[in-house]
Write a protein that binds this ligand. Structure first.
Ligand SMILES: [Zn+2]
Length: 117
């Protein structure tokens, strides 16, 4: 099954396509995705955001919203039950440059619900 969602973050428009047979999970993902965080808890910015998305070889999509003011990122997380949520914004702390150099390795995604608190 294919589904597509279009949404805006800041002044850019994003189009994403999903390939997924778990329809409820897909629907929930689309709803959460189309409502990205609009407030940076790090610097109080509420208008300058940019979205990053990567796809790995298995077709999993990894998504971040980045605050253009302070560079903090909010990751899209997933509960074990399958539902999605946005993490709070966190400042990026370089760890030996692993984020940028290994483009074919998916970033680690923290999916524990405790991170919401
Ligand atoms: Zn910020």
């Amino acid at each position: 099954m294919n589904a597509q969602v279009t949404f805006k973050v800041g002044d850019a428009e994003y189009k994403m396509q999903f390939d997924n047979d778990k329809e409820m999970e897909l629907l929930h993902k689309m709803i959460v995705l189309s409502n990205p965080p609009k407030y940076c808890n790090e610097c109080k910015n509420n208008e300058h955001f940019k979205m990053d998305a990567n796809k790995d070889k298995e077709g999993n999509i990894y998504i971040n919203v980045m605050c253009k003011k302070c560079g903090a990122k909010a990751k899209l997380g997933q509960y074990k039950s399958g539902s999605y949520f946005w993490h709070k914004f966190e400042k990026y702390i370089p760890k030996g440059g692993q984020q940028q150099s290994q483009s074919d390795a998916p970033p680690d995604i923290d999916i524990s619900p405790e991170d919401l608190m």
